[in-house]
Design a protein around this ligand. Structure first.
Ligand SMILES: NC(=O)c1ccc[n+]([C@@H]2O[C@H](COP(=O)([O-])OP(=O)(O)OC[C@H]3O[C@@H](n4cnc5c(N)ncnc54)[C@H](OP(=O)(O)O)[C@@H]3O)[C@@H](O)[C@H]2O)c1
Length: 339
């Protein structure tokens, strides 16, 4: 075992696009444990769009990432030392270990660490479809979009960690699932592998009218529920197709994270179509996680919840992989392999 812990710190805040020099790789000694603590060797780090918000010192639902500290991040790994009676060496665990190879965790803090079973699904799935992104999809779809059989559900960033689960879950509940994704390859995957009814390559449409025509063709009965991950042009088009009393789960607006937030062209349609629009943050709905994970786990076991991953091979690659995620260069859940 190494005695060195490679870590990535946030050392400056972006002005506009995030850049690699906002981060710094450092080496620290492995920490000593006190009673109640465990040492986790990370196998995978999750890279997620919310991290871009945390890089700013601005109004948000969560405090900014402090400078010169290890970047926040979800992790899965293995307990390699324990001074807590409920965790033993060899246990596989999920937590918020951050952008580093090892983490010392106060295991007595509720929710700091949860044991996971990697014997039936890959460990990395607990950072994707069976982790935070999966529960995000489940909560937004089931609790806000409230799908009924026969409804048409539209989801943006459809090949990604959240969007891929939204569409498959919508199909499992008898809906028509239509995705937006960037590029022909992602769209082919969304339809042929994930089983969506249709996927629109928004990059192939240079004008709002062309994008709307493509959506009209795939949503002949209009749109009953929108799970919005992106904002901007795709959201504008979807708003124009919403049926009266439709539901919109506002999950993310990634098109505006790395610079100027994207405006909505027709907010009046919320009124005209009497829409219900609700933003949500998945970590504020912890009471639904067991129910969500039970359904998602069942679907995965039955082969009805598929996923794909983009895996950066080393911790040194985490900043570039994260910057790529913000530009849509990932294809599926973005991870960093740390072992
Ligand atoms: N509310 C919550 O609690 C919560 C929790 C988790 C995630 N989220 C949100 O859910 C959304 C999806 O997250 P995820 O983890 O599943 O990410 P992801 O979809 O795996 O990756 C992000 C994707 O966004 C798409 N995208 C579309 N327009 C973009 C643009 N202008 N710039 C950059 N990317 C663009 C890209 O796919 P294409 O190439 O297909 O465009 C990119 O691959 C994000 O908005 C995130 O903030 C919210």
């Amino acid at each position: 075992m190494s005695t060195v812990n490679k870590q990535i710190l946030l050392v400056s805040r972006p002005t506009g696009d995030a850049v690699a020099s906002n981060f710094k790789l450092v080496e620290a000694p492995l920490p000593e444990l006190n009673d109640g603590q465990v040492l986790v060797r990370h196998h995978y780090l999750s890279l997620d769009p919310y991290m871009r918000w945390r890089m700013n010192d601005a109004k948000s639902y969560a405090a900014p990432q402090p400078l010169n500290q290890v970047m926040i991040g979800g992790t899965v790994g293995e307990v390699i030392e324990s001074r807590h009676p409920k965790f033993k060496v060899g246990d596989m665990v999920a937590g918020m270990g951050g952008w580093q190879q090892y983490a010392r965790v106060d295991a007595q803090v509720p929710g700091a660490l949860r044991k996971v079973d990697a014997s039936r699904v890959p460990l990395s799935a607990y950072l994707g479809s069976l982790g935070m992104p999966g529960v995000t999809a489940w909560y937004g779809l089931m609790k806000i979009c409230a799908p009924k059989p026969g409804d048409t559900v539209v989801v943006s960033a459809a090949s990604g960690a959240v969007g891929s689960v939204v569409g498959q879950l919508a199909k499992a509940h008898g809906c028509r699932a239509v995705g937006f994704a960037g590029g022909a390859e992602k769209c082919a995957y969304v339809v042929n592998e994930l089983g969506f009814d249709a996927c629109i390559d928004y990059k192939a449409h240079a004008t709002p009218a062309s994008l709307l025509a493509a959506l009209e063709a795939q949503t002949p009965k209009g749109v009953d529920a929108c799970f919005e991950n992106v904002g901007g042009a795709v959201f504008d088009a979807t708003l124009l197709r919403m049926n009266d009393f439709g539901r919109i789960a506002l999950c993310g607006m990634i098109a505006g994270y790395d610079g100027v937030p994207t405006p909505m062209s027709r907010p009046d349609l919320i009124l005209q179509s009497r829409l219900r629009v609700e933003g949500f943050i998945v970590s504020e709905h912890m009471q639904f996680w067991p129910e969500a994970l039970a359904e998602l786990g069942g679907l995965m076991a039955a082969g009805r919840l598929k996923f794909r991953e983009s895996i950066a091979p080393r911790i040194e690659d985490a900043p570039e992989a994260f910057l790529g995620l913000l530009k849509g260069r990932n294809f599926g859940k973005q991870l960093v392999k740390l072992i």
